[in-house]
Ligand binder design. Structure first.
Ligand SMILES: [Zn+2]
Length: 269
């Protein structure tokens, strides 16, 4: 599932390809993938330029020269491809944007959980979705201020997009492992030092993932992800997985209803 690191990789790709292009037309295979009706979308996009691209968590926001914002949700299997010739159209290209320069941008999505539609602006969209600061942008003091009075388990709060946007399940487990914090610890009980470690770990995990273009196999050996598995379908039984630091078996728990891997030695209760 595309999470913050993948979507940041897509954003950089978009910046080098489709950004600045003027839309000539639009082709949509399945109307259920649109959150705005096709006619409105076509009217708004035709002749509009893609002037800016932003990412908040895993939300992908393209500003148009008309003043509106085009929102892309990558769902489970979404991706982008920029190309010129019809014969290069990728498999599962569900929505294709045609540009005046002759190139095209495909919204690829084999499983069709992705969505595309319009918002009035980035600010309006952010408010409607109650999105907190992006997990890469949040400062230590912002993070501490929004967490330290909360009694919920720290892991559940990290997944709350209103507190910070872009932390999914594997990222939360990795961050807490690297910060050496027990995932079910109430946020009120975190020390200043733990908040510092938490903030550093968020930056480290996300920046590492982006540098590696979200190719998990290339992450450092010290990362929990190699033992844990990188998405829900790839999760491995805990008893057969060992901590990369000292070869102790990992434990598996539900925290806030989500499967959670941690090392009982590195992250004591
Ligand atoms: Zn350990």
């Amino acid at each position: 599932m595309p999470e913050l690191p993948e979507v940041e990789t897509y954003r950089r790709y978009f910046e080098e390809t489709a950004l600045g292009q003027t839309v000539a037309g639009l082709e949509v295979e399945d109307l259920r993938q649109l959150t705005t009706d096709l006619e409105t979308l076509q009217q708004e996009l035709k002749g509009a330029q893609f002037t800016d691209v932003q990412r908040i968590g895993k939300h992908f926001l393209i500003n148009l020269s008309t003043g509106k914002t085009l929102v892309l949700h990558f769902g489970m299997t979404g991706d982008l491809a920029y190309y010129r010739d019809a014969e290069d159209t990728p498999r599962f290209a569900r929505i294709v944007f045609y540009f005046q320069n002759g190139f095209r941008l495909a919204f690829i999505d084999s499983r069709k959980f992705g969505r595309v539609g319009l918002a009035d602006s980035v600010a309006v969209y952010r408010q409607e979705k109650s999105l907190g600061p992006d997990a890469l942008d949040i400062t230590l003091s912002q993070l501490q201020a929004s967490l330290q009075k909360r009694k919920a388990p720290i892991k559940s709060l990290l997944l709350d997009q209103k507190i910070l946007a872009g932390v999914g399940n594997w990222i939360a487990d990795e961050v807490l492992f690297q910060a050496r914090i027990f995932p079910a610890k109430p946020a009120t009980q975190l020390t200043n030092t733990e908040f510092e470690r938490l903030h550093t770990a968020i930056q480290n995990v996300l920046n590492t993932a982006i540098e590696q273009e979200a190719i998990y196999q290339n992450f450092p050996k010290s990362f929990l992800i190699h033992a844990r598995g990188w998405d829900e379908s790839a999760l491995k039984p805990a008893e057969r997985q060992i901590c990369p630091h000292h070869l102790e078996p990992l434990q598996i728990n539900k925290v806030g209803g989500r499967t959670t891997y941690f090392c009982p030695v590195c992250q004591p209760e």
